[in-house]
Design a protein around this ligand. Structure first.
Ligand SMILES: Nc1nc2c(c(=O)[nH]1)N[C@H]1C(S)=C(S)[C@@H](COP(=O)(O)OP(=O)(O)OC[C@H]3O[C@@H](n4cnc5c(=O)[nH]c(N)nc54)[C@H](O)[C@@H]3O)O[C@H]1N2
Ligand SMILES: Nc1nc2c(c(=O)[nH]1)N[C@H]1C(S)=C(S)[C@@H](COP(=O)(O)OP(=O)(O)OC[C@H]3O[C@@H](n4cnc5c(=O)[nH]c(N)nc54)[C@H](O)[C@@H]3O)O[C@H]1N2
Ligand code: SF4
Ligand SMILES: [Mo]
Length: 722
């Protein structure tokens, strides 16, 4: 009997009563190719298989990806809108009741109108995210500016890709996260990877990284921690958090001094070399070592390897970018490629590991405070006119630039902003300096949150709208290469949940702005308008039709028209996007982290990720396998430091900074510097490390310094964990 039942169950899983939907993972920028398995009788998603035929990840997936399908029919899904009747319970899960869409829309429209009549258009704000398709990101920007008419829109990419964007814009005049396709990586001779825990955060890149070493090439890693990738590196530059600018300047100085500059390339295609050369002279190996804590020999050897390599790729991620000089760090690492001319050809270039699934596309099409679709500037009258022509509004109706994500919370705290439409982000966990941010959200007169689970941020909302997971809708996403790909629908939305674009179309109607949205009946309708709105912008998607994406395994932007196959390699013609066609080599003076350790707070706190969880954890903390593997946060401490504080492995300690504190379980490891502690940030409420982080913002990108602040540890005598 048992045996029969077993085989029947197995049979059900592999039975012909199953269809495969070709799509991509819901999580990180790798966007691994997958097929969702759908039961044709129940029409429900029942599993996943990796896609070997997807050229970027060729059948590889990570623990998050193989369990991502469990989100769709999860018991925690929001099935109906929720309305909070008792405002005194704001900030908790309590006090909500289920409501119809009609009632929810009526309430939102009435409250939004009331606030705008009393306090002006800009009393409302939109805070969004880039786990959404390009079409949804595009429509969210239009919704803010046309349906709400507010200048205040920004998004979670401000905490993620904004420094990379700023650095690329300054250095190249264009912001595409990678100058080359991922399929080039394993063929290069040297990878210089800074501030990226690649093996845990972009795991399906690793086979290409190892392949470089297997072919006799080199791997250089700059990270304060000995991550899996640092452990296998030829050189591990174990720098103090917040000192990348000194490291990159020091290496650039050695490259120039030792004759590795490509003088011809520099003369013909760049500006700023002489000034930069002068500036970096100060960064001798000795001085660089003093600032960064990295041994002199390692710095010298790293420069020699990178300099000698015929082809090399400089890669980086949030370790470098989430600093209050993140933009300078990016330009400083880009300098290495520009000075040595290792860019603008195949197998050589620069790439950032874009974080979220649509971290690239989501920043190009109007969710950012100052940007319109196609990477157009909201401060450029020509650009505004081009978008107005598509939207059917006048330039006078277009709101001006707003402020960055964290600064929106500052305006909420001051009550300049009184209403918030939050979607696809969980800032009550992921924003810095959380005691302040949570208070700012509490301060709002009215808040809407669209999510498919009740997030920690939804706890601050007056109305929660049930949106859908990635598997219940279709659209395009731009992966970390700049390749536009297609997400396909595998299942109908469960319960009464709706895709965000549809919610916005229906809400616009209630707000009296229906005529600008009512022609959008399907995701494809939004896609067609979206492509048109990007036409002529430098992030031009006009030629990236769904058909072409399917036929070509994706389309790299820019892609201008039907005939254009797209642009896998940037700058092959050595033309950069600044007006004179030259790239900029940037002279960047060193600045220390905003908050340096002192007697009271002698340690450096840095934060980041583990392989099992995704961002605020609102999705992955609900998946049994992932939760089991990493149920709670921890603090990594070096054995010498543990000895000094008399703390043991697995002991709970109090970790605190000038802004907040938390109780964390100690993980003793030699894989971290003695002066540094690390905590992952995927956890909510009192477990959020962002209660401790600092909101020191980069002057250009407005990126907070998640990666470095001063902290202290205290032993909790009684609180030992059994
Ligand atoms: N498993 C998993 N994967 C993810 C995500 C996730 O949440 N979980 N999120 C996705 C997203 S949105 C993003 S943005 C990416 C992030 O991907 P990564 O940037 O690779 O991840 P982080 O853990 O934030 O930080 C990377 C490394 O920076 C190091 N670091 C800290 N301070 C410094 C410093 O001052 N200088 C240098 N050079 N390094 C430093 C840390 O030790 C860490 O190893 O991952 C994506 N992939
Ligand atoms: N200390 C520290 N803090 C950090 C970082 C760090 O390294 N250290 N990294 C920062 C970075 S790089 C990032 S990217 C941010 C990310 O931080 P968040 O923006 O908070 O990221 P998520 O957890 O993805 O939040 C997305 C929320 O929207 C929901 N959601 C997902 N898809 C959709 C959709 O299509 N529609 C709607 N309506 N909802 C959806 C999810 O359930 C989830 O609740 O965190 C930042 N915060
Ligand atoms: S590497 Fe990223 S895209 Fe691939 S399966 Fe893991 S989370 Fe998903
Ligand atoms: Mo991110």
């Amino acid at each position: 009997m048992q045996r029969d039942k077993f085989f029947k169950e197995i049979d059900n899983l592999t039975h012909p009563n199953e269809r495969l939907i070709k799509t991509h993972c819901s999580y990180c920028g790798m966007q691994c190719g997958m097929n969702l398995r759908v039961n044709t009788i129940t029409n429900k998603i029942i599993g996943v298989e990796p896609r070997y035929d997807w050229p970027v990840t060729v059948g590889k997936m990570c623990p998050k990806g193989v369990t991502a399908y469990q989100q769709t029919n999860h018991k925690d899904r929001l099935l109906k809108p929720l309305i909070r009747d008792d405002a005194s319970l704001k900030g908790t899960k309590e006090g909500f009741r289920e409501a119809s869409w009609e009632e929810a829309y009526d309430l939102i429209a009435a409250k939004f109108k009331e606030l705008q009549e009393q306090y002006g258009k800009d009393s409302l704000s939109v805070f969004s995210g880039v786990s959404m398709t390009n079409e949804k990101c595009y429509l969210t920007g239009k919704f803010a500016r046309v349906a709400l008419g507010t200048r205040y829109i920004d998004y979670n990419g401000r905490f993620c890709m904004s420094s990379a964007a700023g650095g690329f814009l300054r250095s190249f005049g264009v912001d595409r996260g990678s100058t080359l396709p991922w399929t080039d990586i394993h063929e290069t001779d040297c990878l210089f990877i800074a501030g990226s825990n690649t093996a845990e955060c972009h795991p399906t890149s690793m086979f290409r990284v190892w392949a470089v070493q297997e072919r006799g090439g080199y791997l250089i890693v700059a990270d304060p921690r000995e991550t899996p990738i640092a452990r296998r590196a030829d050189i591990h530059l174990d720098l103090k958090p917040g000192t990348d600018l000194a490291l990159a300047n020091g290496i650039l100085n050695l490259l120039i001094q030792n004759g590795y500059a490509d003088e011809e390339f520099v003369r013909q295609h760049t500006n700023g070399f002489e000034e930069t050369k002068e500036l970096v002279k100060e960064f001798t190996p000795e001085y660089t070592s003093e600032l960064t804590g990295v041994a002199i020999e390692k710095i010298v050897r790293a420069a020699e390897i990178y300099g000698k390599a015929p082809n090399a790729i400089v890669m980086f991620a949030r370790g470098v970018e989430q600093q209050h000089k993140g933009v300078d760090n990016v330009s400083a690492y880009v300098n290495l490629a520009l000075v040595t001319g290792k860019i603008g050809r195949t197998k050589a270039g620069v790439a950032t590991f874009t974080g979220q699934g649509n971290g690239q596309g989501g920043r190009e099409h109007g969710q950012k405070a100052d940007l319109l679709p196609g990477y157009r500037k909201i401060t450029n009258p020509k650009h505004v006119q081009e978008v107005c022509d598509v939207w059917g509004i006048t330039p006078e109706e277009m709101p001006g630039p707003g402020v960055s994500a964290y600064e929106m919370f500052e305006l909420m705290e001051k009550k300049t902003i009184r209403g918030l439409y939050l979607l696809c982000s969980n800032p009550a966990v992921s924003a810095p300096n959380l005691n302040f941010v949570r208070q700012a959200m509490k301060n709002l007169d009215f808040m809407v949150c669209a999510d498919f689970y009740l997030s920690e941020s939804a706890e601050f909302a007056d109305v929660v709208l049930p949106s859908v997971t990635w598997s219940e809708d279709e659209g395009t996403v731009t992966n970390l290469e700049g390749r536009i790909i297609k997400i396909n629908q595998a299942q109908e939305p469960i319960g009464e949940s709706k895709p965000d674009w549809k919610i916005q179309v229906e809400l616009a109607e209630r707000l009296g702005r229906g005529k600008y949205f009512s022609h959008l009946h399907t995701a494809k309708d939004v896609a067609d308008e979206f492509r048109l709105a990007t036409k002529g912008g430098y992030a031009d998607y006009y030629g990236a039709t769904w058909d072409k994406i399917d036929k070509q395994d994706g389309v790299f932007w820019p892609c201008k028209d039907e005939k254009d196959a797209g642009t896998p390699h940037m700058f092959l013609d050595k033309k950069f996007y600044h007006e004179d066609g030259r790239a900029k080599i940037c002279a960047l003076p060193y600045r220390p982290p905003a908050e340096e350790p002192d007697e009271q707070y002698p340690l450096r706190l840095t934060t980041g990720r583990v392989v099992y969880h995704y961002l605020s954890g609102n999705q992955t903390r609900r998946i049994p396998f992932l939760k089991d593997m990493c149920p709670e946060p921890f603090v990594e401490v070096h054995p010498e430091t543990a000895l000094k504080y008399d703390i043991n492995h697995e002991e709970n300690v109090r970790l605190f900074t000038r802004r907040g504190e938390g109780i964390y379980r100690v993980k003793i490891t030699e894989a971290i510097r003695q002066d540094t502690v690390f905590v992952p940030y995927h956890f909510g409420h009192e477990q959020s490390i962002n209660l401790l982080t600092i909101a020191a913002l980069d002057p250009m990108s407005r990126m907070p310094e998640f990666k470095a602040c001063a902290a202290q540890i205290e032993k909790l005598e009684q609180k030992k964990v059994q």
